[in-house]
Design a protein around this ligand. Sequence first.
Ligand SMILES: [Zn+2]
Length: 150
Amino acid sequence: MAVIDCDVHQGNGTASILRGDDSVFTFSLHGARNFPFVKEEGDLDIELADGTGDDEYLAQLERGLEETLARARPQLAIYLAGADPHEGDRLGRLRLTQDGLARRDAMVLGMLHARAIPVAIAMAGGYGHDPEDTVAIHAATILAARRLLG
Ligand SMILES: [Zn+2]
């Protein structure tokens, strides 16, 4: 199994709980300067600088997903689709647009779908200055998954 954690905060609890468990691969893509300030060590951690935008984020995500799928060969994935990498988030330090987050969802879900890997989606964090943004981002994730089901 693989955990694909795209919440802006590192999946430190997941990494801590599953350390030494070879049956679960933990991948976290997160803000280097976001909480937790002392990171746990997951199987794959990619840290992003403050202000990282769509293109750099998506390039790092693609690299991380390819490594995760190659190393873990998962039969199941859990995708934490945080809304807090959004540029309008009160806690996140990244600068993704809603379009960038939609491309993130499409990349994660598309790569899993292409390999026929089932996925469970958890909405994870979101603290928008405008709560409507947070709702829209989470809703877009669910709609992206639904579109893949046909
Ligand atoms: Zn978060």
